[in-house]
Design a protein around this ligand. Structure first.
Ligand code: FAD
Length: 497
C-alpha cells in the first residue's frame, strides 16, 4: 500500500514548522502533528540574523516576521569574563552581514512559533494541532509512520515515506531512531526564569540587545521583549537545585539581587502578571546530542536531536537549520536526485558540525578568567573563518559559520555574498582536519587536565568519529540548490580541496 504522506513531522515548534514548510514548498504531501494548540508558550526568545534573514527568507516569512513588531536586536551586551565593565558585540562587526541584515529579533515565542506554523499550513502542509504522537511505526527495513492520538482522543495511525521528529527536549519519540542521548560532561546547568512588566533599557544603539551578566552562581539573561515585558532568567550550576526546587520564585529573585547590573535595570519594576508570563519556570538545561540523527525513514531535528547551552542564543538557529538540512535530504530523496543514504549523511554531518562549533566555542567562553579580546580570538580559532577575530565572533554569534546559502541568503544578497559563502564553507571544511582546533580551548584554566580526556571522548562521540577525519564540507560534499530547499545535483559535488 502506498503511504498517504511523503513526510510526517512530529512537533510544530520552529524545527517542525521549518521541515514541514520546506518539504511542502516542493509540492510533496506533508502531515504535521502538534500536541498543543497554538499559540503555546516556549522559552528561547533571542534570535540570530541567520534565522531572521536566511531561514525565514527561504520559508517566505521574513516580511511577516519583520512586521510583527518584535524588538530589534543588533547584538549582545555582556558583563562576562575578567573585565568588570560590560562589553558589546554587534552583528555588524562582520562585513558578511551588510547593514540591513545585521539584525535579529527578540521574540515572544508563542507569536513567532505561530507565524512559522501557520506558514507551514499556508504552503501546503496539513497541520493537526491537539495531536500527540505516541510511537513510531517501523519494520525491519525502515520507519513507516506514527501512531498518534487525535484532538478527539481517537487512536490513529499515519503512514509516510519519511518521519521527521521535531518534538523537542521532553518527548521520547527520538528513540525511534535508535542510539543514545549523550549528556555533556561540561554543560550541566539549571535555568530558572520569569518576566517583569517593564524594565530599563540599555542606551541606543544597544537598546534591543540581549544582556548577559555573570555572577557568583552562574549568569543572568535580560531580554527586552516589549516596552512592558522583559524576560529574565538565571542559568546556574546544579548545586543550587535544592533552593530552586524549594521555592523557584524566591530563588529567581535571590539570583537577580545577587547580580547588581541586572538588579539595577529592574529596580522598582513589578513582576509580570499577565499569563503566560506570570509564572516562574524551571528547566534543566544540560547539553546533549543523540549518537545518531537518522535511520532509514526517519530523522531527528531541533531539541529532539541536540541542545547546547543557551548563552549565545543558538537554539532556534540550530533547530531551524537542522530542519532545513533534513528537508533537503527528504526533498532530494523524493525527487530521486540524491540517494536517501547520501542525503541524510550530509544532513547529519553538517548539523553535527554546526552544533560542534557552538559547543566548542562555549567551553572557552565559560572561562571567566579571560576578556573580550580573548573570546574573539577563540571564536576565530574554533570557526577558522577567513576574517578578523572580532568578525569571527560576530559570525559565530550570528549563526553564519556554516557558510550555507540558507543562512547567508545568496539570492537575496547577490553574487558577492555567494562568493563569501563559498569561501566560508571552504574554511569550515578545513575545520575538522587539524589538531589545533581543540587544543587551545582545552588549555584554558577552567577546562583543565581532568576535563580534557573526558572532552576528547565526548568530541569523538559528537562528531561520530575521529576529529582528523574528513569534514562534511570537505571533498565531495553536496551543494545547496538555489532555492535552499534541496541539493543541487546539476552543480554536482564540490571539488576536492
Ligand atoms: P520546541 O520549540 O520545544 O517544539 C517542539 C514541539 O513539539 C512543541 O510545540 C511540543 O508541543 C511538540 N510535541 C512534543 N511532543 C510531542 C508529541 N509526542 N507529539 C506531537 N507534538 C509534540 N534558543 C534561542 O534561539 N534563543 C534563546 O535565547 C534561547 N534561550 C533558551 C533558554 C533556556 C533556559 C533554554 C532551556 C533554551 C533556550 N533556547 C534558546 C533553546 C530553544 O528553547 C530551543 O532550542 C528551541 O525551542 C527548539 O525548537 P524545537 O522546534 O526543536 O522544539
Amino acid at each position: 500500500m502506498d503511504p498517504e504522506y511523503d513526510l510526517i513531522v512530529v512537533g510544530g515548534g520552529p524545527a517542525g514548522s521549518t521541515a514541514a514548510a520546506a518539504v511542502a514548498m516542493r509540492g510533496h504531501r506533508v502531515l504535521l502533528l502538534e500536541r498543543e494548540t497554538f499559540p503555546r508558550y516556549q522559552i528561547g526568545e533571542s534570535l540570530l540574523p541567520a534565522t531572521v534573514h536566511g531561514l525565514c527568507g527561504i520559508l517566505g516569512v521574513a516580511e511577516e516576521v519583520a512586521e510583527a513588531g518584535f524588538t530589534l536586536k543588533r547584538g549582545g551586551t555582556l558583563r562576562w569574563g575578567r573585565d568588570p565593565k560590560p562589553w558589546q558585540f554587534s552583528f555588524s562587526m562582520t562585513p558578511r552581514l551588510p547593514e540591513p541584515t545585521a539584525t535579529a529579533f527578540q521574540v515572544e515565542r508563542s507569536r513567532f512559533d505561530e507565524i512559522l506554523l501557520r506558514n507551514a499550513a499556508r504552503v501546503g502542509a496539513e497541520v493537526r494541532e491537539g495531536s500527540t504522537v505516541r510511537r513510531v511505526v517501523a519494520d525491519d527495513e525502515r520507519v513507516r509512520g506514527v501512531e498518534y492520538t487525535d484532538g478527539d482522543g481517537n487512536a490513529r495511525t499515519a503512514y509516510g515515506r519519511y518521519v521527521i521528529d521535531a518534538s523537542g527536549n521532553t518527548s521520547r519519540v527520538h528513540s525511534g531512531v535508535g542510539g543514545r542521548r549523550v549528556y555533556s560532561d561540561f554543560f550541566r546547568n539549571l535555568a530558572v526564569f520569569g518576566y517583569f512588566a517593564g524594565g530599563r533599557r540599555l542606551p541606543e544603539p544597544n537598546r534591543g540587545n540581549i544582556f548577559c551578566a555573570a555572577f557568583d552562581a552562574g549568569w543572568l539573561w535580560y531580554i527586552p521583549l516589549r516596552d512592558d515585558l522583559t524576560s529574565v532568567g538565571a542559568v546556574i550550576s546544579p548545586e543550587h537545585t535544592a533552593a530552586v526546587q524549594r521555592d523557584p520564585r524566591s530563588a529567581w529573585q535571590d539570583m537577580i539581587r545577587a547580580c547588581p547590573e541586572v538588579a539595577e535595570l529592574l529596580d522598582g519594576v513589578p513582576a509580570a502578571t499577565e499569563p503566560p508570563y506570570d509564572q516562574v519556570r524551571v528547566r534543566k538545561d544540560w547539553s546533549y546530542w543523540k549518537t545518531s540523527f537518522w535511520t532509514p525513514g526517519m530523522a531527528l531535528v531541533g531539541d529532539a536531536a541536540c541542545f547546547v547551552d543557551p548563552v549565545l542564543s543558538s537554539g532556534v538557529h540550530l533547530a531551524t537549520y537542522g530542519a532545513l538540512l533534513a528537508a533537503r535530504a527528504v526533498n532530494s530523496a523524493l525527487d530521486g536526485s540524491v540517494p536517501e543514504e547520501r542525503g541524510f549523511a550530509e544532513f547529519e554531518a553538517r548539523y553535527r558540525r554546526e552544533y560542534g562549533v557552538f559547543y566548542e566555542f562555549l567551553i572557552a567562553f565559560y572561562d571567566m578568567e579571560r576578556n573580550d579580546a580573548s573570546y574573539f580570538w577563540s571564536a576565530k580559532k574554533v570557526t577558522k573563518v577567513d576574517s578578523t577575530e572580532v568578525a569571527a565572533f560576530a559570525e559565530l554569534a550570528g549563526g553564519l559559520v556554516s557558510g550555507d546559502s540558507a543562512v547567508l541568503g545568496p539570492d537575496r544578497l547577490g553574487d558577492h555574498w555567494s562568493a563569501a559563502a563559498a569561501e566560508l564553507e571552504g574554511a569550515v571544511g578545513r575545520l575538522a582536519t587539524t589538531d589545533d582546533r581543540v587544543n587551545p580551548l582545552l588549555s584554558t584554566r577552567v577546562v583543565g587536565e581532568t576535563f580534557r580526556t573526558g572532552n576528547d571522548l565526548q568530541e569523538q562521540a559528537l562528531y561520530g568519529g575521529p576529529l582528523d577525519g574528513t569534514g562534511p564540507t570537505g571533498p565531495g560534499h553536496l551543494v545547496a540548490s538555489a532555492d535552499g530547499l534541496g541539493w543541487d545535483t546539476a552543480r554536482g559535488t564540490a571539488a576536492p580541496r
